[in-house]
Ligand binder design. Structure first.
Ligand code: XIL
Length: 301
């Protein structure tokens, strides 16, 4: 196959990119997206501050523009994200107790309801685990502080009801090393959710890399063995040239080796627009030329 999406589709997988509505007026950007990718994640447009800037008043204009192009090109769509400590509007941060709980559930219902039946997988909760501390420590956030650790389970239960067709993912960074404390915490949560019947279908490994962990494939395998899919959701890898290409090849091969690793999303199309300013972590350079990393990925799919 001659494109990332077509190559991934040969094994039933998708190859997606994060796309920003602000670049949809760049014809080369849109042409590259449509040619190479068969899945999309809105880079910011489905986050809480974008979709519910004031309480109960939803706005989907920018997200809908991304979704419209994706649908007319038969792409998969990943929903990102419903409950996250960042990019949450100020009005949410002022809520307490049940008021916050009701707002969270109403937000899940409103956003998932708008896109019901159109989303492959939702990142229901994003980045809820702490980077340090004992295994299982959650990040201190308004949700954790005011609703308790059970907010994650509450969000997943609400999400299942809001769109039963969507796969429900827990998404995080620094859960790529199979043995890291943060990974163990997420692993234990997924195992607990599965054993108690709390709805969860997938784990998203953001995979914003400098170095790819040596046990990355083993990590994907250990999550899959719990009975969930694994998706690589926000891949980008610093560097350039053959070193970067080798890292991208290893990530691709790790996913391909695990049947339940169902797709890969890179966090952007071109280095020109990467959120990692000053770095060149993507598959296309600033002029939309294919980099060595692109060829490495295409050949590994
Ligand atoms: C980033 C976007 O790429 C930026 O444009 C924005 O300013 C901040 O958020 N983890 C996530 C993504 O889950 O939503 C983040 O996206 C990158 C880190």
């Amino acid at each position: 196959a001659g494109t990332l999406g077509a190559a991934a589709a040969q094994s039933g997988r998708y190859y997606g990119a994060a796309v920003a509505a602000g670049h949809l007026n760049d014809a080369t950007y849109v042409a590259t997206w449509n040619r190479e990718f068969n899945s999309v994640t809105a880079e910011n447009e489905m986050k809480w501050d974008a979709t519910e800037p004031s309480r109960g008043s939803f706005s989907f204009g920018s997200a809908d523009r991304i979704v419209a192009n994706a649908r007319s090109n038969n792409m998969k769509i990943r929903g990102h994200t419903l409950v996250w400590h960042a990019q949450t509007p100020g009005w949410v941060q002022n809520l307490q107790g049940n008021d916050l709980r009701n707002a969270m559930i109403n937000h899940i219902n409103g956003v998932m309801g708008h896109y019901r039946g159109q989303i492959l997988a939702w990142d229901v909760v994003n980045e809820a685990f702490a980077d340090g501390g004992a295994v299982g420590t959650l990040r201190s956030s308004i949700f954790q502080q005011r609703l308790g650790n059970g907010f994650i389970e509450e969000a997943f239960r609400a999400a299942r009801a809001a769109d039963p067709a969507a796969k429900l993912c827990y998404n995080d960074y620094n859960i790529d090393d199979a043995n890291a404390n943060k990974t163990r915490g997420v692993y234990n949560m997924v195992r607990d959710f599965k054993s108690r019947g709390v709805p969860i279908d997938c784990v998203g490994l953001q995979s914003h890399f400098g170095q790819v962990p040596g046990n990355y494939q083993q990590n994907i395998q250990q999550f899959a063995a719990l009975g969930v899919d694994v998706q690589i959701t926000e891949l980008d890898i610093g560097g350039s040239g053959t070193g970067q290409a080798d890292s991208y090849r290893r990530v691709t091969q790790a996913c391909m080796a695990v049947p339940r690793c169902t797709g890969i999303t890179v966090w952007g199309i071109t280095d020109k627009y990467s959120w990692r300013s000053g770095d060149t972590p993507l598959l296309f350079d600033g002029n939309f030329n294919k980099k060595p990393a692109y060829t490495a990925v295409l050949n590994a799919l």
